[in-house]
Design a protein around this ligand. Sequence first.
Ligand SMILES: Cc1ncc(COP(=O)(O)O)c(C=O)c1O
Length: 401
Amino acid sequence: MMSAQWKEAVLKRGKPKILWEGEPLLGSIYDEEEIEAAVGAIRESIDINAGFGFSSARIIEFEQAFAKYLGVKHCVAINSAGPGLDMAMRYLNLQPGDEVIVPAINFVAAPLAVVGAGGQIVWGEVDPDTLQLDPNDVEKRITHRTRAIFPVHMNGLSAPMDDLVELGKRYPHDQHGPLPVIGDAARACGGAYRGEKIGKKGLMTVFSFHTMKNMTTLGEGGMVATDDDDVAAFMRSTRFYGYDLDIWGSSFVMTKVQAAVGLVQLRKLDDFIAARRRLALRRHELLADVPELTLPIEPDDCVHSYYLYTCLICRKWAGEKRDKLIKMMFEEYGVKCLVANPPAYTVRKYLRDRTPGQRLPLSEELGARLFCVPIHPIMSDDDNERICASLLDCIERLRRE
Ligand SMILES: Cc1ncc(COP(=O)(O)O)c(C=O)c1O
């Protein structure tokens, strides 16, 4: 823990210079290079025989560059991760009653995709240390109706993919064989697991380039990554009205301008992640040994991308006192912490109504304890220190209440 003198000296410098949000509205950094790439792609597109669209060489170039970055065979560029998750669930051809196991500590997109494809959500508990879907818990929830395991690489860290894939092999479905593991890496672009980038393991992985994410393609965008030829063909066909395979489809295509910007962002992605990591490592030092706080951990086999810096407050401070801490941080220091995410069924009636009787005590407890302290690759070391000193100050004062 840093000394009281350190904290007082930092607090004297004043509030952080920027209004920091738990999940800043622009997650990456843009400069002239992205603007030039976008303008260049627009110029190319204003030829009536070129246009912006889906068959452009830029999109193929972006897909190939992303596939190379991940070390996978295929990447399929799409307009947003949500449709990618929907397509992933549609690929399973779920029948009424078929079950998909998703972590309860989750954004709503993956569970909604299960329902949208006609499946039954089965909520899984997470490992409280990593907030990732817990394979031991998944094992207890597998039935003869289970069709897939659907982890989210929560807040920038990898899910334990090898363990989940192994489980899928150990409990094959009667008709469909090993349970596929499908990853939602919307928040984890650029992270790594066992020496490979997140996106290499499992049947397929869906990425988001939404404006808040680690890299972004003009606010919306996504990618499906896979080593499986069948999955890739299904995704290419479904993202454009089911052409080629003559199946159901719609339009989930990315534009040429987005792909041109994506190529630039991808080249910078590792630097963005390195900046996030540097801030996180310093923060681990500054906030170490505060009895009320558990800091995010990085297992030895993972490289955390720190999309979010997720802390847990002690059990005694769960709920109201955690919320008070968040309020103090904002009102007194202008730092907006975020609760990402409580169990998805607690925030969405639609999901709650479709999972009657499924309540997960551990995830609910974690949902009342977690909060994310802002982090972003442009954050200065000075602001990082000011944020940490503010947090220490708020905790010390709350301790006396
Ligand atoms: C975990 C997770 N999954 C899926 C999505 C959906 O991504 P998109 O906005 O690209 O559709 C998001 C975020 O927006 C997310 O955080």
